[in-house]
Design a protein around this ligand. Structure first.
Ligand SMILES: Cc1ncc(COP(=O)(O)O)c(C=O)c1O
Length: 420
């Protein structure tokens, strides 16, 4: 019998399922990661499953077989089917979502579309992703004024206490005229904290402030119910935690605001509808977008969504405890409500300057092939780990020991340098 690679992959998936599926290293063969690479940083770029990669190639082949048929008819039908399936997954009306390349494209489109009056203000937090801060800087120089964009600083206390966070935000709001929009993370990048966006959205709506939620890390990582959250704007990558092919990202816009939002590229859909404007941005490859549907199928062969969420969440918590013990340090929070699928662990005490932190970061990359994002937050130095279904606690333990060894050689090298 002739077996296609796609069919054999599916058989592998099925056999794993039928033999009492367990998370961890047994799932590694389903991804293309180099077996010698320990991926403690899934959060940055995600990883498409092999099944998804096969489907990607199928879509690309369909486009090559008959480009006219694909672009003029089939891809539009496929995208409509995809929006139906994805909207059921995130619980929203299919007409309220569009797909773009990445969170950067989604957030840029929204922030550059909004037109505010000179006395209206946008708020954001110090932990916003760099791209968000820079896009706000862009709009503050090109569209608005510097005074219209205001940063609110969160510290160790306010970042893990919604009540305090809202109090700090309210203090800022009371001093500023006409706050029109607030931008905040669902799960911030560095440090990585899960925010209670449901409460935040309700609070800001009560104040008449629009909400733009950067949920780059949410889809596939935690349960996402857009009807329940009811944001004004919500952007979430699918290529980070859902296992789709890069680049793909969901953008949700509340119905009555859709006419205000335009993609960065203007093309044939201009002024037709929210859907049309975002669908055709010139000739492009839609294959990665279409793999969202296959990624959802792939996940179903692994476990229930709630089991996937629980495994990654628990692994992130356990890893935090393990590394904090190993390094004689602490995690940024022990409150599980603020932990998603990533956790922040204070680095060993020797890493107490930005320079040493950067040295350690480079040393791990150059000498150990380990990518461990690091940040100074509120005068402490943390690394961020990502949990994932193909990882086990022993992976992080291994990396924890490598970090300890790397730090001890740094101490030794410093001693020698000091002696010279
Ligand atoms: C919180 C957050 N927002 C936005 C982004 C940007 O995502 P992308 O590079 O896919 O546009 C990232 C990327 O890591 C992120 O962590």
């Amino acid at each position: 019998m002739k077996t296609f690679p796609f069919a054999s992959l599916f058989l592998l998936l099925l056999s794993i399922c039928s033999s009492a599926q367990s998370f961890g290293h047994s799932l590694l063969p389903l991804f293309s990661l180099d077996p010698s690479y320990v991926n403690v940083n899934h959060g940055s770029y995600g990883s498409a499953s092999k099944y998804v990669q096969e489907k990607l190639r199928e879509y690309q082949m369909k486009a090559e077989l008959n480009p006219d048929r694909w672009y003029r008819i089939d891809v539009q039908l496929e995208m409509n089917k995809l929006r139906e399936k994805l909207s059921a997954y995130v619980n929203c009306d299919p007409d309220d979502l569009v797909i773009v390349d990445n969170a950067s494209a989604g957030i840029n489109s929204i922030l550059k579309s909004l037109k505010f009056r000179s006395n209206e203000t946008i708020l954001y937090y110090n932990v916003a992703y760099g791209m968000v801060k820079l896009t706000l800087q862009y709009v503050s120089t090109e569209i608005f004024t510097q005074e219209q964009i205001v940063q609110i600083d969160l510290d160790h206390q306010t970042i893990q206490n919604t009540e305090l966070l809202l109090k700090t935000t309210q203090d800022a709001i009371s001093k500023i005229a006409n706050v029109k929009l607030i931008v905040f993370d669902h799960i911030s990048s560095l440090p990585s904290v899960r925010f209670d966006v449901e409460t935040m959205i309700k609070y800001f709506r009560g104040k008449g402030i629009l909400t733009l939620v950067d949920g780059a890390h949410a889809l596939g990582g935690i349960e996402l119910d857009l009807k329940k959250l009811d944001p004004d704007f919500y952007v979430t990558n699918t290529h980070k935690w859902l296992y789709t092919q890069r680049s793909s990202c969901l953008v949700y816009v509340r119905k009555d605001l859709q006419k205000l939002i335009h993609p960065i590229i203007t093309s044939f859909g201009y002024l037709q509808s929210f859907q049309s404007e975002f669908f055709w941005l010139g000739t492009r490859d839609y294959s990665a977008y279409l793999t969202i549907s296959d990624a959802i199928d792939f996940r179903r062969t692994i476990a229930n969504e709630s089991e996937i969420f629980a495994y990654n969440h628990q692994l992130a918590i356990q890893t935090g405890t393990l590394l904090a013990r190993l390094w004689n340090s602490s995690t940024l929070t022990t409150d599980e409500r603020y932990i998603s699928t990533m956790n922040n662990i204070e680095l060993p005490a020797f890493i107490n300057t930005t320079e040493k932190m950067n040295d350690l970061y480079q040393k791990l990359i150059n000498e150990h092939n380990i990518f461990l994002p690091m940040i100074e937050f509120d005068k402490k130095f943390y690394c961020r780990i990502s949990a994932q279904i193909y990882m086990e606690l022993s992976d992080y333990e291994k990396v924890g020991h490598i970090v300890l060894n790397a730090v001890s050689t740094m101490k030794f090298q410093r001693k020698i340098t000091n002696m010279n």
